[in-house]
Ligand binder design. Structure first.
Ligand code: DND
Ligand code: ATP
Ligand code: GLN
Length: 548
């Protein structure tokens, strides 16, 4: 048997863009017409996840038309492509194998993920048949994403004596995900030896980052090729039963440092959100603090400095150091930079509101007025220039509600939404290794919201090293308060943090979307009620007290 030439199309497919995605598919087919087989990711035609577009008949009709067009165009290569497919009353998450106007086979995904960010059982019916096709003397098996995370779909294919498995994926990034994927593939191969080609989607889609990172494994589980992380591309290789894989023409080792992988995922996510939603660039408030500094670096790396507008908005509590550092970073990165003082705006609010406020202490009211004055400014700039406002809050602050609704929460996209504060520091240091764009002092000085004289975050919150550990255990690992306290954390800190997390769900629901990076983000991964009295049960258990 002659070797098969296979192309892995690790490309970016925009959700709903049926025409544009079809063009990408047709252009790839044209560019790789000397390949025997071209493999696209899961639901490549529609983008992933199409969500409730899948309920629309007009959407379904256009999908069917596009599949016919692709089948007709598949004259030189067999095209393996993911798309939704209706059969009677049932909708499947399918793969079609198309060649010279014919459907060689169609396979329906058997394991539909319904956990974390996935909601496939809302739309699809699981398939029950194994999928494979015979071509040039080879028997080639088909699996779709979640299928390969389970033993049986793989075992069923092996009973059909397939020579090679093609796995089509829309597998979103999270920390350590590439290792999990590799481990799962090697586990399957260990159960029954067979080479596998794993092709992943690559691009940002709202809160999801598809990181590509496609894999080729030999029948012995050896990692033969790995496509780049967060970079759309195609790669071609040959496979024969005798010689295995050879002739990999576009293989590069990916950056394997965890911080590099996270940083690149954030950059891809910002770039795709901005471009796919038609923005001309981004605007953000640059405070001289670490969150806005890192957000600025990510934005400039994603879009180029010319597309980024940073605005320092000083108030009487803003230190000279903050103003100097903001300016220095803007100059180093070459972004557009302006200074707009908020004092007159704040004073005007206070003048009008003072008669209503009376003589009582104002507490956070004045702090929030400062944050909201800044929010109004960045939104006005967005309206005027057509730029997207990036909000700069990190996961730790969002967790405990240390942010102002309609103030510093103003904005359309939150790059650091799933990045705990301690990781913000690590990422800032990582970015500075390539070139020191963030002034060192921004990283070393104690974080402060500068909303009151000499304020430090740690006057109001436990130190971030402690806070982040408690948050990880409570939010990401569902530990009980008692178990966290037993680990050695201060009881009062633990109870306070848990209470803050619970009572601030309303804020998070109103916050901007941002990329999922951890194993559990504050969005689809964690769906908590806003009205939620479970914290009283926790306190009751710990203290024996009876609360409402
Ligand atoms: N359950 C619920 N459902 C719906 N709405 C609810 C609500 N509970 C309160 N609210 C509303 O939310 C308001 C309170 O929220 P909000 O106005 O945001 O204000 P609030 O959470 O009271 O204060 C903001 C906190 O964030 C800190 N902060 C602000 C800015 C930046 C930073 C930083 O370091 O980055 C920190 C600031 O020091 C202060 O501690 C209430 O007045 C009420 O209108
Ligand atoms: N003086 C300022 N000029 C411009 N933007 C500001 C200013 N102060 C706050 N902001 C905006 O509000 C966000 C919240 O800032 P704040 O300083 O209150 O808290 P933070 O979480 O420590 O953020 P950062 O580390 O960026 O300072 C900032 O990231 C920035 O976008
Ligand atoms: N689209 C899917 O089926 C994704 C589920 C899978 N376990 C993954 O994240 O890789």
């Amino acid at each position: 048997m002659r070797p098969l030439k296979l192309t892995l199309a690790q490309l970016d497919f925009t959700v709903g863009a049926l025409n544009q995605n079809s063009k990408t598919i047709l252009a790839t087919m044209q560019a790789h017409q000397d390949s025997d087989i071209i493999v696209f990711p899961e639901l490549a035609l529609t983008g992933y996840p199409p969500e409730d577009l899948l309920f629309r008949e007009d959407f379904e009709q256009l999908v069917a038309q596009a599949i016919t067009t692709i089948a007709t165009a598949a004259q030189h290569s067999v095209v393996v492509i993911g798309h939704p497919q209706r059969v009677g009353n049932e909708l499947f998450n399918s793969v079609s194998v198309l060649y010279q106007g014919q459907l060689l086979t169609r396979y329906h995904k058997q394991r539909l993920p319904q956990y974390g960010v996935f909601d496939e059982q809302r739309y699809f019916i699981p398939g029950h048949q194994t999928g494979f096709f015979d071509y040039q003397g080879y028997r080639i098996g088909l699996l779709i994403c979640e299928d390969i995370w389970h033993a049986e779909p793989w075992a069923a294919l092996q009973r059909e004596k397939v020579d090679l498995v093609l796995s089509l994926n829309a597998s979103p990034y999270e920390v350590d995900k590439h290792q999990q994927r590799l481990h799962i593939l090697q586990q399957r191969i260990h159960e029954k030896a067979c080479p596998v080609i794993y092709v992943n989607n690559c691009g940002g889609q709202d809160e999801l980052v598809f990181d590509g990172h496609s894999l080729v494994l030999s029948a012995t589980g050896e990692l033969v090729a790995e496509l780049p992380h967060c970079e759309p591309c195609c790669a071609t290789l040959s496979y024969s039963s005798d010689a295995g894989f050879s002739g990999i023409d576009d293989w590069r080792p990916y950056a394997s440092e965890p911080l590099a992988l996270i940083y690149q995922a954030l950059v891809l996510s910002v770039r795709d959100y901005v471009q796919k939603n038609g923005f001309k660039g981004v605007t953000l408030g640059l405070s001289g603090g670490i969150d806005s500094a890192l957000t600025l670096a990510i934005a400039a790396d994603a879009l180029g400095a010319a597309q980024v507008h940073a605005v320092m908005m000083p108030f009487k509590y803003t230190s000279q150091m903050s103003q100097d550092d903001a300016q220095l970073q803007a100059e180093r990165m070459g972004v557009n930079y302006d200074v707009v003082a908020i004092e007159p705006i704040y004073d005007s609010f206070m003048q009008q509101l003072s008669p209503l406020f009376g003589d009582d202490a104002l507490g956070t009211t004045t702090e929030n007025l400062q944050a909201r004055s800044r929010g109004v400014i960045v939104m006005a700039l967005s309206n005027k220039t057509g730029s997207l406002v990036l909000t700069t809050g990190n996961k730790s602050e969002l967790a405990v509600g240390y942010c102002t609704l309609y103030g510093d929460m103003c904005g359309g996209f939150a790059p650091l939404k799933d990045i705990p504060k301690t990781l913000v520091f690590a990422l800032a240091r990582y970015r500075n290794q390539a070139q020191e764009v963030i002034p060192e002092r921004v990283i070393t000085r104690p974080p402060s919201a500068e909303l009151a004289p000499d304020q430090k975050d740690e006057d109001n919150l436990p130190p971030y090293e402690v806070l982040d550990k408690i948050l990880t255990l409570y939010v990401e690992q569902d530990w009980s308060a008692a178990a966290i306290i037993d680990c050695g954390f201060d009881r009062a800190d633990v109870l306070r943090v848990i209470k803050l997390v619970d009572i601030n769900e309303y804020k998070r629901r109103q916050g901007a979307v941002g990329p999922k990076i951890t194993s559990r983000n504050f969005s689809k991964d964690r769906r908590y009620p806003i009205t939620n009295h479970f914290r009283y049960e926790i306190e009751r258990q710990l203290e024996g007290s009876s609360k409402p």
